[in-house]
Design a binder for this molecule. Structure first.
Ligand code: UTP
Length: 236
């Protein structure tokens, strides 16, 4: 049996993906097929547009980053609710509630093949939640479905000559995303730096890919080659 946790960046859902209904339909079919094959899947959904919009509205009035984080968490739970309801309506055996804690999610995954959740507590992003979920559930790997093709040496929007990587170690990824700290609510990096620190300590393999391409999510779930970046560290 394969257990995989996927962090689905909120930007995939709303509103940047063209044809987002087709995207969501394809995702549901992929999850349904993997459940039929016997996999267990945790889905952790990011905040995307509603998180950014809500945090931007409140930011000039709120100094405490943790208070802004709570707005982001509410948006992730809204997005998780959308995904949970769509899966449930499609007949997928998904847990009935959106857990608020990782240990609760792990417990739910023992009785249902699919668990959907959003954020938990202030101080990190949903990537860290997904990585913690993957570690706590002893998952085979954690897929980070974001909106860039690979991890780059720098943001390719700022430097078109940035290098793209097929493979990196956890340390190399941490150097790229920055120190294992959460400083700004609603700030997006290819993978949340707090999550990278956790993955490094637990040696959890990460598959980072462009989630707008559902065939990449499918390939990574099935353990096939995919376009993206693999993060692993060989420990002796
Ligand atoms: P996201 O996980 O969507 O973060 O949570 P992100 O990396 O900024 O955005 P994506 O990956 O492009 O979708 C949105 C915000 O909610 C708060 C953080 O402020 C985060 O930036 N949050 C989320 C938490 O504080 N704790 C959580 O567990 C999840």
């Amino acid at each position: 049996m394969v257990c995989i946790v996927i962090a689905l960046g909120g930007s995939l859902l709303r509103p940047e993906v063209d044809n987002r209904h087709t995207w969501l339909e394809e995702l549901i079919i992929i999850i349904r097929d993997r459940v039929s094959a016997g996999d267990r899947i945790g889905l952790v959904i990011g905040g995307g547009a509603p998180a950014r919009e809500g945090i931007d509205l409140a930011r000039p009035l709120i100094d405490d980053v943790h208070h802004l984080d709570k707005i982001g968490i509410a948006a992730t739970r809204l997005n998780a609710t959308i995904v949970r309801e769509v899966l449930s309506d499609a007949g997928v055996s998904v847990s009935g509630t959106i857990p608020r804690r990782v240990d609760e999610a792990v417990q739910l995954l023992e009785s249902r093949p699919v668990v959907v959740m959003g954020g938990t507590t202030p101080g990190h992003t949903t990537d860290a939640v997904a990585i913690r979920f993957a570690i706590a559930a002893s998952a085979n790997r954690c897929i980070i479905a974001t909106n860039v093709a690979k991890v780059y040496s720098e943001d390719p929007r700022n430097n078109p000559n940035a290098n793209a990587f097929d493979k990196l170690t956890h340390d190399e990824l941490q150097d790229i995303v920055g120190p294992d700290k959460h400083t700004i609510a609603g700030r997006s990096s290819v993978v949340g730096p707090v999550g990278v620190g956790e993955a490094n300590r637990a040696n959890m393999a990460l598959n980072i890919l462009d989630g707008r391409e559902t065939n990449l999510i499918k390939a990574a779930l099935e353990g096939n080659d995919f376009q993206g970046t693999i993060i692993f560290t060989e420990r002796v």
